[in-house]
Design a binder for this molecule. Sequence first.
Ligand code: MG
Length: 327
Amino acid sequence: MQIQPGDIVFVINPNSGNALHPRQLTAMCRAGTEQAGRRASVVETRNPAEAAAAALAAHEAGAAAMFGCGGDGTLSSILQGLPVGSQTALGAVPLGTANVWAYETHLPMTPLAAVTAQLAALDGTQGEAMWIDSGRVWLTRADGSIASQRFLLMASWGLDAAAVNGIAGSERRRRIKRVLGEPAYFLSAVQEAIGRRPWSISYSLDGQPPRAVDVGLMTIGNTRMLGTWLEVNPQATVVDGELDLLLFEGAPWRSLALSPFARHGWLPHGPGVSNVKFRRLEVTLLGETPPMQIDGEIGPHTAYAIDVEPRALRVLCPNPSASVLGG
Ligand SMILES: [Mg+2]
């Protein structure tokens, strides 16, 4: 179906293994959209590249909003296709394992309620379509070429990415994830932390002199949560034009030992823990390349800088009072 100006576009991955059958999900999205007096377009995509291409097509056709039906990875794929400043707003039908964006912005967690609430935000009858910041990671690919990737939530180096990687690389841990859901990441982090040495890097914030450190975990947050368990950047908002850095120096097990505090947003202060805001971060790797995740996805790349893109993305916020939205 041809996308028309003002359409609400839904990206559905028919192979994602959601609890809902794609046909049921499509019917629900259409019903919610028609109730709001708008036209729905449903696009089936099989991989992140197709989702990004669909997002660019929706933007070019003048779609009012594009909903990712899935987890945070689906939203990230759409973000890669939306140009900075696109009027096409991003929405979420939360169907992933963690749904961190939906959790942090207090979206309804059932598909029909999520669509209805976010379309009310688009029309301004409940909440609003807000302009928020996004992050951009600059990286070098394996072939030496330079590329960049936008992020909505968080990028991180170290133990957290090692835990994500550990699940991707082990059938046993994947099985545990299917049963336990999000706590499987914590178990994977415990396994990854045993006997692992920190990674040596040098970093510079906003053009300040570089600082060399041994890192166990380093998160760069547009939002606050690492998963829906750990509030690692409790001061972060997506409207302050800055990103938040949390840096745990020392062995990875140390950041693991401190994580119960982050569970409640109580970050320890003192030597070896930094928590600051910035607009541009530059990184030089001094030893082994630390694993890195960008919005939960591990990629075969080496990042060298991260920028904030102030008010670069329009999102549907039925509850603008959520603290990460600056409310
Ligand atoms: Mg911010």
